[in-house]
Design a protein around this ligand. Structure first.
Ligand SMILES: Nc1ncnc2c1ncn2[C@@H]1O[C@H](COP(=O)(O)OP(=O)(O)OP(=O)(O)O)[C@@H](O)[C@H]1O
Ligand SMILES: [Mg+2]
Length: 309
């Protein structure tokens, strides 16, 4: 089932009286399946936060519509099943972690006869239990993020929106947050994650979407997006000599690395031409593997392409 559905969504900031209009989201559609960790990537100003705000009803769509749990977002009841960690959030500095959690429990109308137990459990999950009685003003950025994450999970929501959850968090803290996210997934929760930390998103997300200037450039599994169909690794039973690489196979620009051959053929059609010729030449092929880019390489080339660079 699709937990999130975005249909031809456009968001233009600036009302009728404002001259300056910003198209933050530009006519795209998107679905997020139940139980997935979905990573939304994009440079600053791409529209990531705006999308979350529209989905939560904090900002309103100019065109198009969105659904959460199969129901129009205007129907507020399903919001009880949603958790949210906003970007650059601030908690009142005079509150302790425990106070913050109680404050948000009250705000969200969360009822639990064992609220203290639930708070302890969550502070433990985000490794903030030692700081329960300490005021927020003494917290580092990473601690603020972890408390924010606990707050977003408080009422045991089915769907959690996290806007830059690892912003300002050190590598160890980031790894811990990733573990929290994978555990939430194991519990069947759906997580919608905004980030510009690509390597991080690559590690946890089932699917990712790439947004630039409000336009959706790509959507797919990390595997799909990072697998090229242009360069392949070939493993052969018998060797191709250096002379042969320079003469017979020169037109394919084959090179050898770690006992495998790199074939920058450009397309699957051309790959098959190469395979036919290798077979005709008596070469025995053991494996053919498409080469992978890192998500970061893919992201940069996609953004550059969309900007005409
Ligand atoms: N309330 C607003 N009024 C007018 N323009 C806005 C408003 N909020 C955001 N924008 C503009 O909409 C565009 C998208 O902003 P948004 O905050 O959604 O991007 P983002 O991808 O979350 O960026 P970042 O990575 O910096 O958090 C930007 O050009 C921004 O300046
Ligand atoms: Mg943002």
């Amino acid at each position: 089932m699709n937990i999130i559905e975005v249909n031809n969504l456009t968001k233009i900031y600036g009302g009728k009286l404002t001259k300056r209009k910003v198209t933050a989201l530009d006519d795209f559609s998107l679905q997020v399946k139940e139980g997935n960790i979905f990573g939304l990537l994009g440079p600053n100003g791409a529209g990531k936060t705006t999308l979350i705000k529209v989905l939560l009803g904090i900002a309103f769509a100019t065109h198009g519509n969105c659904k959460l749990f199969g129901k129009d977002i205007a129907e507020y009841k399903q919001k009880k099943m949603v958790g949210y960690l906003p970007e650059n959030h601030r908690f009142p500095s005079y509150l302790t972690a425990e106070d913050v959690m109680k404050y948000f429990a009250a705000l969200s109308g969360y009822r639990n006869s064992n609220l203290n137990g639930r708070i302890d459990e969550l502070l433990k999950i985000v490794k903030m239990d030692q700081w329960k009685k300490v005021k927020v003003k003494k917290y580092s950025k990473g601690m603020m993020q972890r408390l924010g994450l606990a707050q977003a999970m408080l009422h045991d929501p089915k769907l959690i929106f996290l806007d830059e959850p690892t912003d300002g968090v050190d590598p160890i803290g980031r790894k811990e947050i990733r573990e929290v996210l994978t555990n939430l997934k194991k519990d069947g929760k759906t997580i919608f994650l905004n980030s510009h930390l690509l390597s991080e998103v690559e590690l946890v997300s089932d699917r990712v979407a790439i947004l630039n200037k409000g336009r959706l450039l790509q959507e797919g599994s990390v595997e799909e997006l990072t697998t090229t169909k242009e360069t392949f690794h070939l493993e052969l039973e018998n060797e191709i000599s250096d002379e042969e690489l320079e003469s017979k196979w020169k037109e394919f620009n084959l090179s050898r690395r770690d006992g495998k051959y790199i074939a920058p053929v450009g397309s699957v059609d051309r790959l098959n031409v190469l395979i036919d010729q290798l077979r005709a030449a008596g070469k025995f092929i053991k494996s053919v593997t498409p080469m992978k880019h890192s998500l970061e390489d893919m992201f940069i080339s996609l953004i550059n392409e969309s900007e005409g660079r």
